[in-house]
Design a protein around this ligand. Structure first.
Ligand SMILES: C[S@@+](CC[C@H](N)C(=O)[O-])C[C@H]1O[C@@H](n2cnc3c(N)ncnc32)[C@H](O)[C@@H]1O
Length: 243
């Protein structure tokens, strides 16, 4: 079931091609493979969005738009909501989904990379990235971009998978991620993409390394929440004032 030869995308184009391929079944598989826990995790992220009248919210690697739509519904005082992604197919689905929802402020969706955001410096009140940072090729550059576009005291919310630290749980998690997930993903969608998923978690920062990377980019980590025995974490960081 698990092929260690599976291609780990090495360029942004390969990443966007892969997400274009899996876009049609992405939501279905997400909910199936996480047993709908992803909905709960995203809700915790939305709860952390700061109050910001006339605020500007950006969701990077927005995918099919679940976070940005939930944010627009929960935070009506914001005056701008933008979801960006490098996959056209994911963004098309996000646009269709948001057209079916009622939000006070319309959401705009744009093709943009986390590594090269088009927003001006110091203009964003809150920036989120859920299950996206792992897929970004140059993560330190993306973190620097997040820092650049955020206002002083602006919030960065990261929701992401990690390898659990506890070794027994880590083995269970590894088994699920390396065998069950590619098997089900292969039946319903694209097997190579769902083989890439566990590899991307293996190759991602540990919680400690992410903490260090955030500090190196200039952020102060304000809070952390762990789900699934540490297999999924929500990290809230802030751009300090007076820089
Ligand atoms: C696993 S999906 C997560 C989607 C959504 N945020 C969610 O919570 O379901 C990862 C998304 O990251 C996007 N992505 C990967 N690299 C990116 C980059 N450099 N810039 C922007 N989006 C990127 C992919 O196209 C994909 O839509």
């Amino acid at each position: 079931m698990f092929s260690s030869n599976a291609q780990v995308p090495s360029s942004e184009k390969r990443v966007s091609d892969m997400f274009d391929r899996i876009a049609p079944r992405y939501d279905l598989l997400n909910q199936l493979l996480s047993m709908r826990q992803d909905i709960r995790w995203r809700r915790h992220l939305v709860d952390k969005i700061p109050y910001a009248p006339d605020g500007c919210y950006v969701d990077v690697a927005t995918g099919t738009g679940d976070v940005i739509i939930a944010a627009a519904k929960a935070r009506e005082e914001y005056s701008s909501f933008t979801g960006v992604d490098i996959s056209e197919s994911m963004l098309r689905l996000a646009g269709e989904k948001s057209n079916r929802q009622i939000t006070k402020t319309p959401i705009s969706f744009k093709i943009q990379s986390a590594e090269r955001l088009a927003m001006a410096e110091g203009t964003v009140d809150c920036l989120s990235i859920s299950f996206g940072l792992r897929n970004v090729i140059n993560k330190p550059v993306a973190l620097e971009e997040f820092y650049r576009v955020l206002k002083p005291r602006g919030k960065l919310l990261i929701l992401e998978f990690f390898k659990p630290q506890n070794s027994i749980l880590s083995k269970l998690f590894q088994f699920y991620f390396h065998y069950i997930l590619p098997f089900i993903g292969g039946l319903i969608s694209d097997k190579s993409a769902y083989t890439y998923l566990p590899q991307s978690v293996d190759g991602f920062y540990s919680p400690f390394e992410l903490n260090e990377a955030l500090r190196a980019a200039g952020f102060i980590v304000r809070s952390k929440k762990s789900f699934l025995f540490g297999g999924c974490r929500l990290i809230c960081a802030e751009k300090p004032e007076g820089v």
